[in-house]
Write a protein that binds this ligand. Structure first.
Ligand code: ATP
Ligand code: MG
Length: 440
């Protein structure tokens, strides 16, 4: 184990003043996995006021970040370290918050309140790794196991169900049988947890390397936090393009996409409306006309419910809505697209479509992928050549229109009209040509 010198010194300082202090939680886990980086959380027997006194004495600056729970953040060489007083949690009445916390002298009970064995280890140089619950063994075996009685721990705090899936996805681990059974049995308690906190964990799950396994194995849990997914479970897609039901296709498409939150969210929602528009023709072939628009509406609703940041919501919804437009690659005018949804969106839209195709029948996708790669190239060329597709790319701006006597909304309308002509190659993007056109 290697911990930074600043942390070693801080621990020595606390010990000199008669307190114990350890690195705890995620940092210990990640060190044992051979991963570096990440925030360092510290736990100490010093109560908040005592910890403040030690820090003041040592000339270390700090902020009080959660005094009620005994948390102070020390800042050393611009790096923040959270210091939390050893505590045991009191009774939980709402699957969310303990009624009280009690500060304690000993690290053992503090480790016992932590969620999973791999997160319940402590370290300092004198003591080495303190591992009371077999965390190191579980790390070796790739197991997420609740500390203590899994059923009780999820009843205390249902967010731990999401955290279990999150660590499984990030680390490529499996849930221990008892932990898995308890997570499934208590899944409805997730309805007590705030949407924002669930969303944070959901995004982390989607970004994890083991997301396909987690989405597939624990789909019932995803059906609680996103009930709109339920109709996708086992919804057959009987046509030559598909080899999976709608939900399995979604899970494969998420896993096949680049690790960018907005793209992974778009993949999760891209076909969510399919069950609602499914028709079967006389030959028994399934069709899903207008499913992209339908899915976009549902995605909008879900992301609003999760209180997702607007930028994420707007782009994810757009990606869902347009995810099929690339089918008609031959009719598409690349610049129109750039104009309509911007370069960033357009580049992401390619990723969405390629991930979508990868989750189709592999025998059917070669031609499509080729077309899309071709179009992707021509878009990159347009951008590299500096061709106009945004208002800001035009050779004139609002001031020119004001000088010509336009005002208010007219200015934007005229600029859009000009851009439209330029994008369609009907008007060259030079100052002279545009001013001539406006003077006509
Ligand atoms: P990350 O690397 O993502 O920060 P982490 O394990 O450090 O992972 P945090 O959310 O930062 O996760 O929490 C720090 C530690 O606090 C955890 O390792 C765990 O010991 C404990 N912890 C956090 N949330 C809970 C919870 N809901 N129930 C019990 N213990 C928790
Ligand atoms: Mg952490």
């Amino acid at each position: 184990m290697q911990i930074p010198t600043d942390v070693k010194n801080l621990i020595s300082e606390f010990e000199r003043c008669g307190y114990s202090m350890y690195v705890v939680g995620g940092y210990v886990r990640d060190m044992l996995l051979g991963k570096s980086g990440g925030d360092i959380d510290l736990a100490s027997s010093a109560q908040p006021a005592q910890a403040e006194a030690v820090l003041k004495n040592a000339g270390v600056s700090f902020v009080e970040t959660g005094l009620k729970h005994g948390t102070i953040t020390a800042v050393i060489n611009h790096t923040p370290y959270e210091i939390t007083t050893f505590r045991s949690d009191g009774e939980y009445s709402d699957s969310r918050h303990p009624e009280s916390v009690a500060f304690i002298k000993d690290i053992n009970a503090d480790l016992a309140r932590r969620d999973f064995t791999i997160n319940a280890m402590a370290y300092n140089e004198a003591a080495g790794v303190i591992d009371l619950f077999g965390g190191q063994e579980d790390l070796k075996r790739g197991i997420i196991r609740a500390v203590g009685d899994a059923d009780m721990r999820f009843k205390e705090d249902a967010l731990r169900i999401m955290r279990a899936l999150r660590f499984a996805s990030q680390l490529g681990f499996r849930l221990d049988d008892e932990t898995a059974a308890a997570a499934l049995a208590n899944k409805e308690l997730l309805n007590n947890i705030s949407a924002e906190r669930i969303f944070v964990e959901l995004v982390k799950i989607l970004m994890g390397k083991n997301v396909l396994f987690v989405l597939s194995e624990y789909r019932e849990i995803f059906g609680v936090i996103i009930p709109e997914l339920r109709p996708c479970f086992d919804c057959a897609q009987n046509n030559p393009w598909h080899i999976y039901d709608v939900y399995s296709h979604i899970a494969h498409a998420v896993a096949a996409s680049p690790k960018k939150p907005v793209i992974r969210l778009a993949m999760l929602f891209h076909d969510i409306g399919k069950p609602l528009v499914k028709t079967t023709d006389e030959r028994g072939i399934d069709h899903f006309k207008t499913h992209a628009e339908k899915s976009a509406d549902i995605a909008q609703r879900i992301l609003e419910r999760f209180k997702a940041p607007n930028a994420i919501k707007d782009e994810a919804v757009a990606l869902v809505k347009y995810h099929q437009t690339l089918e008609k690659v031959d009719d598409i005018r690349p610049k129109r697209w750039l104009n309509k949804i911007g370069y960033e969106y357009t580049a992401d839209l390619f990723e969405v479509r390629i991930a979508d195709l990868k989750a189709h029948n592999p025998e059917k996708i070669g031609y499509e992928v080729q077309k899309i790669n071709g179009l992707r190239q021509s878009l990159a060329q347009i951008v590299a050549a500096g061709e106009a597709f945004r208002i800001s790319d035009l050779a004139v701006d609002g001031n020119d229109l004001i000088a010509l006597g336009y005002h208010g909304r007219e200015i934007g309308e005229r600029l859009n009209e000009i851009l439209s002509l330029v994008v369609d190659d009907k008007l060259p993007n030079t100052r002279e040509d545009i001013l001539n056109f406006l003077n006509k």
